[in-house]
Design a protein around this ligand. Structure first.
Ligand code: HEC
Length: 253
């Protein structure tokens, strides 16, 4: 039984590993964190619009570890021994505890004024991480900042774990189309839990403030994994994560 499952996985792995566990290599466009429906979230507060028990069901303790410990199908973890399950949970908790994302933005701007906004993310287990610039820390309802009138000016500057600029993600855009995306994947991430080496990256967006004065909120969404591409090739696993930066308030006058 175990063997049959392994063969089945080996056949499927190349196709699936190409998709979600390495991020989403083909969705080179503006998007929001709603797309990562399989990921667990860092906090139930990201779904204030949902009934409390549904929101709580999205946090890692229940959505991820609950499924890891579940002894029956549909858990994709039933092949694992209890010690392996606990080890997987121990590692995921350490990764979560070391994962963070921050957003730096001006507090006050003139309508139509340009400024730089910087997102710094660290954590997950690689080989890729991704960030999005959105209007709110909301798992299902956050919108790309452009929906609120913030225009991203040109290609964001992306720096990887080594601090060097990387353009691989934006180079995938069809030629002649804009590179001013809110969704950025930062690739080539190394990970070593024992050495506390975590994926890391910085994205600097140049934005133009909306033309309508008002108080706007903005947040960075950070998406990462806690298992690894091989283990989670069976991609119903809820081992992905969504973490938001604090919401920043920007007064546009
Ligand atoms: C079918 C379930 C599923 C959906 C839908 C999904 N993901 Fe994931 N995602 C996963 C799994 C499984 C992993 C692997 C997590 C791990 O390493 O433990 C993952 C990992 C990731 C990672 C980290 C990659 C890595 O190298 O570990 C990123 C970034 C990511 N997803 C972004 C997205 C985005 C953006 C969307 C929406 C467009 C999305 N995901 C939708 C299941 C999903």
């Amino acid at each position: 039984m175990k063997r049959a499952a392994a063969v089945f996985l080996a056949v499927l792995a190349p196709a699936i590993a190409f998709a979600y566990p390495n991020g989403t290599p083909d969705y080179v466009t503006d998007t929001g964190p709603f797309c990562a429906s399989c990921h667990s979230v860092a906090s139930a507060e990201y779904m204030a619009e949902l009934p409390a028990d549904r929101a709580k069901g999205e946090v890692a303790e229940i959505k991820h570890y609950g499924l890891v410990r579940m002894p029956t199908p549909p858990s994709p973890y039933i092949e694992l021994a209890n010690e392996e399950k606990e080890e997987l949970i121990r590692k995921a908790k350490l990764i979560d505890a070391s994962s963070s994302v921050t957003l730096e933005a001006p507090k006050r701007m003139k309508a139509g004024q340009e400024a730089s906004i910087t997102v710094k993310a660290r954590g997950g287990n690689g080989p890729a991480i991704c960030v999005m610039l959105v209007d709110r820390a909301s798992r299902f309802q956050a919108r790309p900042v452009s929906s609120m009138g913030w225009l991203i000016q040109g290609a964001p500057e992306v720096r990887g774990q080594d601090g060097k600029p990387q353009t691989g993600w934006l180079d995938k855009r069809a030629s002649g189309t804009g590179r001013n995306l809110n969704y950025i994947t930062i690739a080539d991430q190394r990970f070593d839990l024992e050495k506390k080496l975590f994926p890391e990256g910085t994205v600097t967006y140049r934005v133009k403030a909306p033309s309508a004065p008002g108080v706007y909120t903005m947040a960075a969404a950070f998406l990462y994994g806690t298992e690894n591409a091989v283990n989670s090739a069976f991609f119903q696993r809820p081992s992905g994560r969504i973490l938001f930066s604090g919401e920043v308030r920007i007064e546009v006058e």
